[in-house]
Design a protein around this ligand. Structure first.
Ligand code: XLS
Ligand code: NI
Ligand code: NI
Length: 440
């Protein structure tokens, strides 16, 4: 067996809430049944390659701080470095008991001087990754193409004013789809990295949106061609890097998909920090996606309300995780999707073992959220309150409206005889917030 990168960190096991061992789960107990299903199958945890292996801790004011011993040798950005990262990543996955992971093409393997060279590098690393997937039994939650970092995408990829950039982006997505299929990936993500604008003065918005629609149709055609069965996901985000991204939130994405006749081919991958940037809560975004039957997967992180950008912090807020799991359980749980930690350690948390502390924290927080949500559902008072709140629709005039058997004329006649709407009841927000707290 190859030398371990973390010889002092054991496989993280469940020890229960009483444990004081930092290298143990206090709540994530993979095989424990919740609502008749194992926690690991509810949560389908996934680690991302980009933040975990490529995150340096650099920000716009300072260089990287991360201490990554396996990166110290050899040339930064080389294929050798990319190769050395692979076993380290799979050691992390295995020790965390994390069944899934996700990548961008260009964080797995470096950019080459040409597309041909980039593809060769990518093939080399995919071969290696495939061996590690096999050896460890871990699986790819989704793959995606990094169509935003390189200067060629300065004006966008599918929405660039430059058709050559569109073609290049298509070539990258084609290859990333091929490799996702090669690795038996569960799904494929489109996050519109630079699909938006910084000023409307230079932008033909309609033409750019049409191009994005055409791009996604080509992806659908290609998917059929190669027989890739997993779903496509769109990941909404309102801004950053551009001022206005076209996939700004769940509602905007759904509208876009309907307008371009793509609805049946896509679900959404909802990210917490992106919801915050859009001025929504995560639960709002999940409910909007779920109402459209399009809740596919989540990028589980959190933002900072005092910082206006995508801070990608690990999710540790139990209200947040409980609310997420409440909606996810309500809509029947993940099928191909999962809880993907699109999250990075803080710049100050530069030590290698912080990667473990961070993921353990995220996994335990989501495990608790799952247990809390299940307990709230078992208790039943919350659901019963909501059900009862709408009881005026179950019979009488409400039922007739829902059935579509009355129109404005009949409703006017009904209202004229009503006198006044005297049947309103309290929404009881504070009572319900306190009820929720009983379970935290
Ligand atoms: C960036 C996005 C990105 C996607 C994958 O903000 O979250 O990391 O998840 O391209
Ligand atoms: Ni994301
Ligand atoms: Ni993000």
């Amino acid at each position: 067996m190859a030398k371990q990168a973390f010889p002092n960190i054991p496989k993280i096991q469940y020890e229960g809430p009483g444990s004081r061992n930092p290298w143990a789960f206090k709540h994530y107990n993979p095989d424990e049944l919740i609502e008749g299903k194992a926690m690991k199958d509810h949560l389908r945890f996934s680690v991302v390659y980009w933040h975990t292996m490529c995150g340096s801790g650099a920000d716009m004011f300072g260089w990287g701080t991360a201490d990554r011993p396996w990166d110290r040798i050899g040339k930064p950005g080389s294929v050798d470095q990319a190769k050395r990262r692979v076993p380290v990543f799979f050691e992390i996955l295995e020790k965390l008991q994390c069944p899934f992971y996700a990548w961008h093409d260009r964080d797995l393997a470096p950019h080459g001087k040409t597309l041909r060279e980039s593809n060769e590098y990518f093939d080399t690393i995919i071969d290696l990754v495939k061996q590690h997937q096999k050896a460890t039994g871990t699986r790819l939650l989704w793959g995606t193409a990094q169509n935003f970092a390189h200067p060629r995408y300065m004006h966008g990829a599918a929405t660039s004013c430059n058709a050559d950039a569109f073609a290049f982006a298509a070539a990258q997505v084609k290859k990333a789809m091929d490799m996702t299929r090669e690795l038996n990936g569960e799904g494929y993500v489109f996050w519109g990295g630079r699909e938006g604008y910084t000023t409307l003065l230079n932008t033909n918005l309609k033409r750019e949106m049409d191009h994005l629609g055409a791009f996604l149709h080509m992806a659908v055609d290609y998917k059929k061609k190669i027989g890739f069965k997993g779903p496509f996901y769109i990941e909404p985000k309102p801004k950053e890097p551009t001022k206005h991204q076209y996939d700004s939130d769940a509602a905007a994405c759904l509208n876009f998909l309907r307008e371009y006749d793509l609805m049946e081919h896509f679900k959404l991958n909802i990210e917490t920090n992106h919801a915050t940037l859009a001025g929504h809560t995560m639960q709002h975004e999940l409910e909007v996606a779920s109402a459209a039957g399009a809740l596919g997967s989540i990028d589980a992180n959190t933002g900072d309300l005092l910082l206006g950008w995508d801070t990608d912090q690990f999710p540790t807020d139990l209200y947040l995780t409980s609310q997420c799991m409440l909606t996810i359980l309500k809509c029947g749980g993940f099928t191909t999707g999962g809880t993907n930690f699109d999250a990075k350690v803080r710049r100050e948390s530069f030590a290698p073992e912080d990667l473990f502390h961070a993921h353990i924290a995220g996994m335990d927080s989501f495990a608790r959220g799952l247990k809390i949500a299940a307990a709230i559902r078992k208790d039943g008072r919350l659901a019963e309150f909501v059900r009862n709140r709408y009881r005026s629709w179950d019979s009488g005039i409400g039922a007739r409206i829902e059935k579509g058997t009355v129109g404005f004329k009949e409703l006017e006649a009904y209202a004229l005889d009503l006198g006044e709407v005297s049947s309103n009841e309290s929404g009881r927000q504070e009572y319900l917030e306190n009820l929720f707290n009983e379970f935290i």
